[in-house]
Design a protein around this ligand. Structure first.
Ligand code: SIN
Length: 536
C-alpha cells in the first residue's frame, strides 16, 4: 500500500462516516474526516425510531431479509439485502462495543415494532433519541482515538489524479479553495431531503455528494425513489420535526379532520402498512379535504409508557402546548430519505476507481423502491464495515451497469453567481412537481427549471468547481429525469398518469456522464439502453 492509500479521506460525519473512520483506524489506517458542519451535525442525529436487526427471540436475518425484499416493491438487490440483514447483529455488537447504550428491559435490549416489519426488531437508545445517542457515542470515540477531523470543510469536486483520485476541498461553505489531496475518498455525505421545501431533514442534507460524484464520472442509480415520511409535525410556522413511526408501532393511529381512521380503507395493515402506502394515503386525504394536516392519535397509549419511550417528542410537543397523551398531533408527509444515489457494489466501490460510497448517499440496491423503516442507520454500518475492510486490501472492481442506462453530457453553463432565490426555486419545484404524487407534465417542467438554473450557475469549464446551487439543481434534475423516465408507479415513486406497476419496469435506472459529449448542456440523452434484469 502507498502512504496515500493508507490515509482515506472520509467525507461526512453521520453514522457511516464516523463508523468507517473508527473501523479504518482499528485496522491500522490513518483516516481523516471532512465534514461541512460540526462533527456531530448530520442527518443521523435526527433519526428517532432506531436501527433494525434480527436479534430477538423468534426472529432471524432470513425474516428480516424477506421483510426488506417485500417492502422494496420488486427492486431490492437480494444479495446486497442478504448481507445487510445477516451482518446486522455483528454490527450491533460493534456499536455496543463502542459504548452505545441501547435501551434495555430486564437486562436485554428492548425491541420495538415499525411498519412492514413482521417482528419487533427495532433497537432504540434514549427512547426516541436513537440517532443522537449513536452519533454522540461514535463522535466521542473518534475524538478519543485522535482521528483527524476537519470541520466546516466542504468537498467541492472529485477529479482524476496521477495515481488515484483528487479531492478538491474548501473551508466554510466554499469561500476560497483551500487544498487538493490525492487519497482514496469515502463519500458518506448523506441524502438530499432538504432539497425539498417540506422535509424531515436538517438543512445540511442537500445531496451535493451525488452531484459531485456524478460530475466526477460516477454512475448514479434509482434517483426517482425519494422516500416521504408519513408523519412530520405540521403546524404552520413551527419547525419541521419527525414524529417517529415507532409511535404507530406502539399503537398510535392516524385520523383525518373528521376523526376517521382513513388508513383502514387504504391497506389491510392500516397504520403499519409500508411507508409509501401510508404517505400516499395521507397526501390523498389532504388533497381531498384541503386540510393542512392529519392527526396522529396516541391518546390510547398509557401516558407513563408514552412519556418514557418518547421523551424527545414529548418535550418538543410541550413547547407547542401539546401533550401526546391527551392531544392529537398534526402531521403531514414530507421528504425524508434518498433511496437511490451513487451506485456501489457490496464493498462500497463506485464506478470511479478509489471512490467509495456508503450510507444514504450510496445506492447498493438494498432498499429497492421503498426502504423498510430503520434499515438506513443499519446500512451505514454494514456497508461502512465493508468499505473499511476493502480500504485495507483494495482490489479493482465495482458495480455492474444498471439495466436502463442514460448517458448525459457533463453539464456546463455561464458560471454566474447564484441568484438568491435559486435554492427556494429548487425546493419549491421538487416539492410541487417531483413530490409524493407525480405526472409527466410537472416532471418535464421541473426538469426545465433545474436545467435553466444549471445553464446560469454551472461552471463554464470542467476546471472550475461547481457552486452549491449548481450542485443542488443537478441533483434535483437527476431526480426529476429519472422520475420522468420511469413510466410506471412503484414503491416510493407514484405517477398519477402511470398508476400501474409494470413487470417490464422491474429494472434500475442509472445515469452517468458522457465525458466526451459535445451536445449543448441540458439536452436530452441520445442513448437509452434497456436490458432485462436477471438478478431478481
Ligand atoms: C422514524 O423514526 O420513523 C424514522 C426511522 C427511519 O426513517 O428509518
Amino acid at each position: 500500500m502507498t502512504e496515500a492509500s493508507r490515509r482515506p479521506l472520509i467525507i461526512g460525519s453521520g453514522i457511516a462516516g464516523l463508523y468507517v473512520a473508527l473501523r479504518t483506524r482499528e485496522l491500522g489506517l490513518r483516516p481523516t474526516i471532512v465534514t461541512k458542519g460540526r462533527l456531530e451535525e448530520s442527518n443521523t442525529r435526527y433519526a428517532q425510531g432506531g436501527i433494525a436487526a434480527a436479534i430477538g427471540p423468534g426472529d432471524s436475518p432470513a425474516r428480516h431479509l424477506e421483510d426488506t425484499v417485500r417492502a422494496g416493491a420488486g427492486l431490492v438487490d437480494r444479495a446486497a439485502a442478504r448481507i445487510l440483514t445477516h451482518e446486522a447483529p455483528r454490527r450491533i455488537a460493534d456499536l455496543v462495543r463502542y459504548g452505545v447504550p441501547f435501551d434495555t428491559v430486564e437486562g436485554r435490549i428492548s425491541l420495538g415494532r415499525e411498519a412492514a416489519h413482521s417482528r419487533a426488531r427495532i433497537l432504540h437508545a434514549g427512547g426516541d433519541a436513537t440517532g443522537l445517542t449513536i452519533e454522540e457515542t461514535l463522535k466521542h470515540r473518534v475524538l478519543d482515538q485522535g482521528i483527524e477531523a476537519r470541520e466546516r470543510t466542504v468537498l467541492r469536486a472529485l477529479r482524476p489524479g496521477r495515481d488515484g483520485l483528487v479531492a478538491v476541498l474548501s473551508h466554510e461553505n466554499g469561500q476560497g479553495l483551500e487544498f487538493e489531496t490525492e487519497r482514496p475518498v469515502v463519500l458518506a455525505t448523506g441524502g438530499a431531503g432538504s432539497l425539498y421545501r417540506e422535509s424531515s431533514n436538517p438543512s445540511i442534507a442537500t445531496g451535493e455528494g451525488v452531484a459531485i460524484a456524478f460530475r466526477g464520472g460516477a454512475l448514479v442509480t434509482d434517483m426517482e425513489f425519494i422516500q416521504f415520511h408519513p408523519t412530520v409535525f405540521a403546524r404552520p410556522g413551527a419547525p419541521r420535526f419527525l414524529i417517529t413511526e415507532a409511535l404507530r408501532g406502539e399503537g398510535a393511529v392516524l385520523r383525518n379532520a373528521a376523526g376517521e381512521r382513513f388508513l383502514v380503507r387504504a391497506h389491510p395493515d392500516a397504520e403499519l402498512a409500508p411507508r409509501d402506502v401510508v404517505a400516499r394515503a395521507i397526501r390523498q386525504e389532504l388533497d381531498r379535504s384541503g386540510a393542512p394536516a392529519v392527526y396522529l392519535d396516541a391518546t390510547a397509549l398509557p401516558p407513563d409508557q408514552l412519556y418514557a419511550r418518547f421523551p424527545t417528542i414529548t418535550r418538543f410537543l410541550a413547547t407547542y402546548g401539546l401533550d401526546p397523551a391527551r392531544d392529537l398531533i398534526p402531521v403531514a408527509p414530507m421528504a425524508h430519505f434518498m433511496i437511490g444515489g451513487v451506485t456501489t457494489d457490496v464493498e462500497g466501490r463506485t464506478t470511479v476507481p478509489s471512490l467509495y460510497a456508503c450510507g444514504e448517499v450510496a445506492c447498493t440496491g438494498v432498499h429497492g423502491a421503498n426502504r423498510l423503516a430503520s434499515n438506513s442507520l443499519l446500512e451505514g454500518l454494514v456497508f461502512g464495515e465493508r468499505v473499511a475492510r476493502h480500504l485495507l486490501q483494495p482490489a479493482p472492481g465495482g458495480p455492474p451497469p444498471p439495466e436502463h442506462l442514460v448517458e448525459l453530457p457533463l453539464p456546463t453553463g455561464a458560471g454566474r453567481s447564484e441568484p438568491a432565490s435559486g435554492f427556494d426555486e429548487v425546493r419549491a419545484t421538487l416539492w410541487n412537481d417531483v413530490g409524493i404524487i407525480r405526472e409527466a407534465s410537472g416532471l418535464r417542467s421541473a426538469l426545465t427549471t433545474f436545467e435553466e438554473i444549471g445553464r446560469v450557475t454551472e461552471p463554464s469549464s470542467s476546471k472550475e468547481v461547481a457552486s452549491p446551487l449548481a450542485n443542488a439543481a443537478l441533483t434535483a434534475s437527476l431526480i426529476a429525469r429519472s422520475a420522468l423516465l420511469r413510466t410506471e408507479s412503484r414503491g416510493a415513486h407514484f405517477r398519477s398518469d402511470r398508476p400501474r406497476t409494470l413487470p417490464s419496469w422491474r429494472v434500475h435506472v442509472g445515469v452517468v456522464v458522457r465525458l466526451s459529449d459535445k451536445r449543448p448542456p441540458g439536452s436530452l440523452p441520445t442513448r437509452v439502453k434497456r436490458r432485462r434484469t436477471s438478478s431478481h
